[in-house]
Design a protein around this ligand. Structure first.
Ligand SMILES: [Fe+2]
Length: 395
């Protein structure tokens, strides 16, 4: 039988202190698993199964790895096997294709330091993404975040997979693991991620976060989540589309207004969780900026589109401020701007760059228990913005 081949490096996602998931793209019907352990001998195997069936897919494989000891370096590799059904009882399988062995660290509240890179609004600009992937590999941050608008729209499984799991469009994964094989990718959705005939398939490649409501009931919580590492809590939100739900262009298939309220209710609870309250720094990530701009479209009008999100601002800012959030990192405006907290808006608001070489920007956040430094650099690594954020206790 014809074997399948890998169409992306592994992309580590959904990290917590004792679990993560890995997604990757394949060229045809396949199944797969993740081998993992605390050194290169690995020794454990994780599979993705639902009601007893181990998952197969023609485009995306995604495996949750659970039960990891906290505060350990984890080694893993993916394994992929082509599957062909001749009859129900005659299933042919191809050779096992292994990825390289990679190592990652998972969120750890007691870590001394924290570092992350952030990009946004890359809109399938492969030339920019190749440079950013290389830069992230050089910086070696603990986490890498894609803060929305990775695409224009999702129009096929092939295109979706290439954009979100193989953004620099590589073909040889023996030499490059992309930007998220050796660190978790945190992904907050922009307005463009919900556009196109295949937008509803994004969850096969960029996996939503699952929260345990009880030992028996799990709730898939869409794309909003909290990550705590060292002195920093990351509160990651989903601002949805940039126009009201009732606009004709959405074909009566938009439900963001309820989704934003759901996140307000979640924020009211999660911001009181010890993982957030004990952090020295709280950084919120949301694709569309919350800081109002006089006269600009707030996304609630009958024409145009949001330059900032009036509705998210109304629902979320007060809760974030009361929790002591010091910084909101956004994109959407395709221009780098930093607005220190002032009378107009009480939280520092950083806005990242866009999909043209002259607008592209990479944000770098680095913290110890003593300081949090934010830097924004352009595509040539020229520093555009540098600022220090004071810890909650010293504000
Ligand atoms: Fe956007």
């Amino acid at each position: 039988m014809e074997n399948v081949f890998l169409k992306s490096p592994p992309v580590v996602q959904n990290p917590t202190a004792n679990r993560f998931s890995v997604s990757w793209c394949v060229s045809g019907l396949a199944t797969g698993w993740v081998e993992w352990g605390y050194d290169e001998s690995l020794g454990n195997k994780a599979v993705s199964s639902h009601h007893g069936l181990i998952a197969t897919d023609e485009n995306f494989l995604s495996v949750p790895v659970v039960g990891i000891d906290e505060n350990c370096r984890v080694y893993y590799r993916t394994a992929t096997v082509a599957v062909k059904y001749h009859t129900a009882y005659e299933i042919e399988q191809g050779e096992v294709i292994y990825s390289n062995i990679y190592q990652i660290i998972l969120p750890n509240r007691s870590a001394d330091t924290f570092s992350m890179t952030v990009v946004n609004d890359t809109h399938e600009a492969t030339a920019i993404l190749k440079l950013f992937v290389k830069r992230v590999q050089e910086i070696k941050p603990d986490f890498h975040m894609w803060n929305g608008d990775a695409c224009h729209s999702f129009n096929s499984h092939d295109q979706l997979g290439q954009v979100v799991l193989n953004p620099s469009d590589e073909s040889d994964f023996s030499r490059s693991g992309g930007w998220a094989a050796e660190r978790p990718l945190l992904y907050t959705l922009g307005n463009h991620e919900r556009r196109g005939s295949h937008a509803r398939s994004l969850c096969k490649a960029i996996t939503p976060w699952t929260y345990e409501m009880s030992s028996l009931i799990k709730k898939v919580s869409q794309y909003y989540f909290v990550v705590r590492h060292g002195p920093v809590a990351l509160v990651c939100l989903d601002s949805g589309e940039d126009k009201p739900d009732n606009r004709e262009v959405f074909g009566n298939m938009a439900d963001y207004e309820a989704y934003r309220k759901e996140q307000r209710d979640w924020l009211a609870v999660i911001l009181k969780d010890p993982s957030v309250t004990s952090a020295k720094y709280i950084i919120a990530f949301v694709h569309i900026p919350l800081r109002p701009i006089d006269g600009a479209n707030d996304g609630c009008r009958n024409e145009g589109y949001a330059f900032y999100s009036g509705e998210c601002n109304k629902l979320w800012t007060k809760l974030l401020l009361e929790a002591g959030c010091q910084l909101i990192v956004s994109g959407h405006q395709h221009q780098v701007e930093y607005h220190p907290a002032d009378d107009n808006y009480p939280i520092n608001q950083l806005v990242g760059g866009g999909d043209k070489m002259e607008d592209a920007a990479l944000i770098y956040l680095e913290a110890t228990t003593k300081s949090l430094v934010l830097r924004v650099e352009d595509i040539n690594q020229k520093i555009l913005i540098q600022s220090e954020i004071r810890s909650k206790n010293s504000c």
